[in-house]
Design a protein around this ligand. Structure first.
Ligand code: DHB
Length: 298
């Protein structure tokens, strides 16, 4: 009944320093990079992140060190035997990125894990591809026609869905492809938060940004749980992400059949020591659960 904890993309995973700090956390089982573009980006103007006890909002604008930097981290994680996933948001340059990944993995003889981010809500003028089912199907067809599956595992970061029909449609598409995993969910796009003084919490994009933190847990759990059930007979792992504040939250994901849970807002708030706390709390909650309900997780 063990659970794997990891960071959520965007949290403590942009710079070399942050990635190395995560790599030193034994209880951070896997590390996913900041969603990257082919070339580095400075991102949006500050303040672009805000959180209080219930909610976070961000419009980072894909500030990242560029694909080559995140690729160059592969041998480092390979050496310490830590699973590492490169998150890629640059759909316009995906063809080029896949060619480079194919070449790199062949020459280095490394297995590479990537996650294609279909759900960045903060690129002004661009919708989230994950909400356009025809586009998703087209993109996956193209990706899987090109990518060298012997050496590269391909997962997806999905936006939150709210309609049963959308879950069914999306699962029908996903099950056609040999995906390694899906991460459910990305932040809730285009939310708005006031600070105590009624100023908007972040500056870019008129104050609108991706919502995370405790408030998104019911949506995140619903998405992870539904996809887990809909994809039960496939090899696609469902990674849970959203609203984890304490060990009880981690247990709730586990009860939904989720074996890997990502930590975003709380990692941002407290830094990598959060993994120790959550692991300890999860173990306590699991013991209490077993006393009350027995060994069986529903
Ligand atoms: C950003 C935000 C996201 O939620 C995401 O998935 C990718 C990038 C950003 O603003 O940088």
């Amino acid at each position: 009944m063990s659970i794997k904890l990891m960071n959520a993309s965007g949290c403590h995973c942009t710079t070399l320093k942050e990635l190395l700090e995560l790599s030193r956390q034994p209880l951070c089982s896997t590390i996913v990079s900041k969603s990257c573009t082919l070339y580095p980006r400075c991102g949006n103007s500050h303040p672009r992140y805000y959180n209080n006890e219930n909610v976070s909002i961000n419009s980072t604008g894909l500030a990242n060190e560029g694909f080559f930097f995140y690729l160059s981290m592969v041998p480092i994680f390979e050496k310490i035997k830590k699973k590492y996933i490169i998150s890629i948001a640059d759909l316009e340059n995906l063809d080029k990125i896949i060619i480079m990944l194919n070449n790199y993995s062949q020459h280095m003889n490394f297995e590479i894990n990537i996650e294609i981010n279909l759900s960045c809500p903060n690129i002004i003028g661009k919708g989230q591809v994950g909400y356009n089912f025809a586009e998703v199907a087209k993109l996956l067809k193209k990706v899987f026609a090109k990518v060298n599956l012997d050496n590269i595992n391909v997962g997806l970061k999905l936006p939150p869905y709210f309609d049963v029909d959308h879950f069914n449609k999306m699962s029908k598409i996903l099950r056609k492809f040999p995906l390694s995993h899906i991460t459910c969910i990305n932040s809730l796009g285009n939310g708005f938060v006031f600070k105590d003084n009624f100023q908007k919490a972040i500056v870019p994009n008129g104050g609108y940004g991706g919502i995370g933190g405790a408030v998104i847990k019911p949506i995140a759990l619903a998405n992870a749980r539904r996809f887990r059930l809909l994809l039960k007979d496939t090899d696609i792992e469902v990674i849970g992400c959203g609203g984890v504040v304490d060990g009880r939250d981690v247990l709730e994901y586990k009860i939904c059949g989720i074996n890997t849970v990502q930590i975003g807002t709380e990692l941002y708030k407290y830094g990598p020591s959060i993994f120790n706390n959550l692991d300890r709390e999860y173990k306590y909650e699991l013991t209490q659960y077993k006393v009350q309900y027995g060994d069986h997780l529903v």
